[in-house]
Each structure stands twice: as structure tokens, then as C-alpha cells.
Design a protein around this ligand. Structure first.
Ligand code: GLN
Length: 491
């Protein structure tokens, strides 16, 4: 059930927060052996938080829409006293002495945190296969990836192992796994949600955002985490609208732009059909549809894979075995200790990013690569500025294909990078964007559609996504659930 229905039952005392939390913990027990969404399940803390929520609900004080609702956190979000690994060997034993602002705010809202979810190491990847610990499986088809890097959060929500979850999105890491797992995921405008306590990957692109079962829940979770935080210098001091209030405004007169460059070679026809179907529904509901152009789209991957690794190479310099995390033993001197720690502590993809980024920033190559990429980034900003003079939102695919098989792209980094083709532009231009369910393939794999809006137009995205979701719900599409647990195949 979505959080907004559960919250109603909690308020009426038809269920207790403790019962709800026990149900989620039992579900984790029943299916996480197959899905493997969680790195750490915080059952004891969750029970304590649930009891606190019940106390608030009984007293009728400090009750918010999230009071008593089980939430999962991507394991790159710090929670005071709880191991935060980033799915990396180098942080396998790291226990932060402080919480991310979003975690503090969730706790203040009375939410129940049930655990920390799996990700691609340091959020670098699109399949959760880059986790140093284990691979998360897509609940709709266990032989497929859940997407990444927030694959654990997406899979947990899809499999009923959490009601809501937070992830982070640097180049698509909320929207792509949301599409692959048939849930809703939003990357808010850069600056809308504090990143304090999010382990940095690429600081000019990283943004925290919600995963939920439906659009209304997405609005509720966004409401809880959006707002100004003096601890994050990029956090924007601007009033937070009432997101749930925006949902029911409909799409009559909404100008929808469909970018022609997003329907090119490489896009799976089933994805294209689902996206065009979603656009047709919006049109039926009163939106006007225009084809638009985002002329620099073809440079998205090249631009992102210079900027993001450059920033990562700088951010990841702090993992040196001195202050925290893993330290290689037996090195003869300090320089050997640094290099052995990093050689043993980081996985292959993280090393690839550090090398690419260091190269792009190095003297002699900086102008040709990093500076050039920053200039192209400005062109992405301009593409969208121009588009938003003609239309209110852009509707596009979230991913070029339905969820792929585990192992299918694991040995081909470029093929993996291409799965973020349609999500990266919103990060480069700092725009809000979300992915919602658009339908299923014949074999029952979820297909997503992406909505991109102007800066701080989260309300508009929610409004359009809600209208689409209600229309699909009329045909039973929203009622489908993965069939877990699956009996283990016997030899
Ligand atoms: N898949 C992209 C990457 O590997 C995006 C990851 C993300 O958004 N964190 O960098």
C-alpha cells in the first residue's frame, strides 16, 4: 500500500506503526534473500522509531504524513551511528558521527528508517552490479538488473521491502532504477534538497530525491526533505510549495514538448511506444503536444563523462586510509600505504573514473577536455531554456531499453554509460525530472516515462505525472505487483 493510505490507517489507529514496521521487516525477511536490496537492515532502530511514532500518534502531537512510515536510505546517506558503506570496500567499516540533513528531517517527521540499501560503488553505475558486496536483483524478473546506482532503494520499494526510499541522482541514478523497477522516482532541482551528509560523487550534479509507489507518495516524501539548509552551501533559500496540493490540478492547457532527438537509433521500440502512449494520454486529458528540439542531446554522454569523473577524482582523494575507512596493512612507508589502500579499497569502475577524471583535469588536457565539457554544459542549459519558452514540460523516455539482464553490460562500460543517455541532460542543466510508470512489456517488465521541467517546477511535474498515473490506474496498470517470493528453482 502507498504511504498516503497507510498514514490514514495509522491516524485512525486501524494499524499501529509497530505492526506496519513488523510487516515490512517480515517482508524483508521473506524476499530479500532473492532481491538483495539491503546492505544493512536496522531492525532494532526501526522498532524503536515505530514505538516513538505510535506514542506521537496516540498523543496526537507532532504527527506528519510520514509518521510511522517505513523508509529505506541509499547507503551513501549518513545516519549517525549506522554503518555507511557506499557499497565500497574502502568504507566497509565507516560509521559516520553525524546524520545527513535529510535523515534528520525524516526522523523529525516521525518516519521509521528500516535500513540502508545497495548501490553501485560510490553511486557509479547503472545496474547496482558495481557494488563491492553483492548484486541487487530486479523484483519483476530476478535475472535482470534493478538499474542503478540507487538499485537497492528502487528494488526495496518495488518489492514491498520499504514503503518509501531515498536515493541520489548524479546522472540518472534515481530515475533509471525507478523506471526499471516500475516505481516513481524524482530528481529535484539542484539546490532544492540539502546534500549535507550525502557522500559526494560529483558535487555539481548530485541531488537527493524520493522513490515511491505512486506520485502522491513522491510529493509527500519530497515535501519532507525539500528546503533550505545552511549546512549545504548549494542549498537554495526559497519557499517550499505545498507539493501534495499541486497533484489534482490536471493537465488542461499544459504545453508538453517531445524532443525529437530522444527518439533516435538505439531506442527500444517498446520504450518508444510506451512514451508515445503516455503523451497521447496527456493529450486526451487536455494537454497540447508539440515536437521540440534539444539540439545538443548527442553530446550528453561525452560531456557528463568528463565532468562527473573530474569531480569524482577530486572528491575521492579523501579516501587515503588515514582518517577513516579501510587501510592496507604492512606498507613500508606512507606513500605505499596510500596507494595500496586505494588499490585494494576501490573497485574497477571507481578506479576507471578516478583515472579518467585525473586525466581530464591534468595540465595540458584541462582546456581540451574539462573546460570544453563545461562550455558544452552551458549549451545544455540553453537548449532547455529555449525549449521552456515554448512548452511547460518536456516528456521523454527515461531509459533507452527495458531492464537488461544481469551481466549483459557488466564488461562493457560504454554500453553501460549509454543507459543514461536520456537522464543526464537534466543533471547537466540542474533541472527537476522524474520517472513514472508508463506500462509493461509483454513479458511483464516495467517501462518508464520521464518528465523534465524548468528549475523549481517540481509541482508541475507532479501534477502531470499524477494525471497520467490516474489515467493508467483506470486500466489496472498501477495494481500490478511483482510476484515474490518465487520458489527457488530445483535442479
Ligand atoms: N550511471 C551514471 C554514472 O555511472 C549515473 C550515476 C548516478 O546518477 N549516480 O555515473
Amino acid at each position: 500500500m502507498p504511504a498516503h493510505q497507510l498514514a490514514e490507517m495509522l491516524r485512525r489507529r486501524q494499524i499501529s506503526a509497530r505492526e506496519l514496521t513488523e510487516a515490512v521487516l517480515a517482508r524483508i525477511e521473506a524476499v530479500d534473500g532473492q532481491v538483495q536490496a539491503y546492505i544493512t537492515v536496522t531492525a532494532d532502530a526501526a522498532r524503536r522509531m515505530a514505538d516513538e511514532a505510535d506514542r506521537r500518534l496516540a498523543a496526537g502531537e507532532g504527527v506528519t504524513p510520514l509518521t510511522g512510515i517505513p523508509v529505506a536510505l541509499k547507503d551513501n546517506l549518513c545516519w549517525d551511528g549506522v554503518r555507511t558503506t557506499c557499497a565500497s570496500r574502502i568504507l566497509h567499516n565507516f560509521v559516520p558521527p553525524y546524520s545527513a540533513t535529510v535523515v534528520d528531517w525524516l526522523i523529525q517527521a516521525g518516519a521509521v528508517i528500516v535500513g540502508k540499501t545497495n548501490l553501485d560503488e560510490f553511486a557509479m553505475g547503472s545496474s547496482t552490479e558495481n557494488s563491492a558486496f553483492f548484486v541487487t536483483h530486479n523484483p519483476w524478473d530476478l535475472s535482470r538488473v534493478p538499474g542503478g546506482s540507487s538499485g537497492g532503494s528502487a528494488a526495496a520499494v518495488a518489492a514491498g521491502e520499504a514503503v518509501l526510499a531515498l536515493g541520489s541522482d548524479t546522472g540518472g541514478s534515481i530515475r533509471q532504477p525507478a523506471a526499471f523497477c516500475g516505481v516513481v522516482g524524482m530528481k529535484p532541482t539542484y539546490g532544492r534538497v540539502s546534500r549535507f551528509g550525502l557522500v559526494a560523487f560529483a558535487s555539481s550534479l548530485d541531488q537527493i530525491g524520493p522513490f515511491a509507489r505512486d506520485v502522491e507518495d513522491t510529493a509527500l516524501l519530497l515535501q519532507a526533505v525539500a528546503g533550505h539548509d545552511p549546512l549545504d552551501s548549494t542549498s537554495v533559500n526559497r519557499p517550499v510549495p505545498d507539493y501534495p496540493a499541486a497533484l489534482r490540478q490536471g493537465v488542461k492547457g499544459l504545453r508538453v514538448g517531445v524532443p525529437r532527438e530522444y527518439f533516435v537509433q538505439g531506442i527500444d521500440p517498446r520504450v518508444e511506444q510506451a512514451v508515445r502512449g503516455a503523451v497521447a494520454r496527456l493529450e486526451k486529458l487536455g494537454a497540447t503536444v508539440t515536437e521540440i528540439s534539444l539540439p545538443h542531446s548527442e553530446y550528453a554522454i561525452a560531456t557528463y563523462y568528463l565532468i562527473a569523473p573530474a569531480e569524482a577524482s577530486s572528491n575521492l582523494a579523501r579516501y587515503d586510509g588515514v582518517r577513516y575507512g579501510y587501510r592496507a596493512q604492512g606498507a613500508p612507508d606512507v606513500v605505499a600505504m596510500f596507494s595500496r589502500t586505494r588499490a585494494e579499497g576501490f573497485g574497477a569502475e571507481v578506479k576507471r573514473r578516478i583515472m579518467l577524471g585525473t586525466y581530464a583535469l591534468s595540465s595540458g588536457y584541462y582546456d581540451a577536455y574539462y573546460l570544453k565539457a563545461q562550455k558544452v554544459r552551458t549549451l545544455f542549459v540553453q537548449d532547455f531554456q529555449q525549449a521552456f519558452q515554448q512548452v511547460d514540460i518536456v516528456v521523454a523516455p527515461t531509459t533507452p531499453t527495458p531492464p537488461f539482464r544481469i551481466g549483459e553490460k557488466a564488461d562493457d562500460p560504454l554500453a553501460m554509460y549509454l543507459s543514461d543517455l536520456f537522464t543526464i541532460p537534466a543533471n547537466l542543466a540542474a533541472l527537476p525530472a522524474m520517472s513514472v510508470l508508463a506500462g509493461f512489456t509483454e513479458e511483464g517488465l516495467p517501462l518508464g516515462v520521464q518528465f523534465i521541467g524548468p528549475h523549481f517546477a517540481e509541482e508541475r511535474l507532479l501534477q502531470a505525472a499524477y494525471a497520467l498515473e490516474q489515467d493508467l490506474a483506470g486500466e489496472g496498470v498501477m495494481a500490478r505487483r511483482p510476484t515474490l517470493p518465487v520458489k527457488a528453482a530445483t535442479a
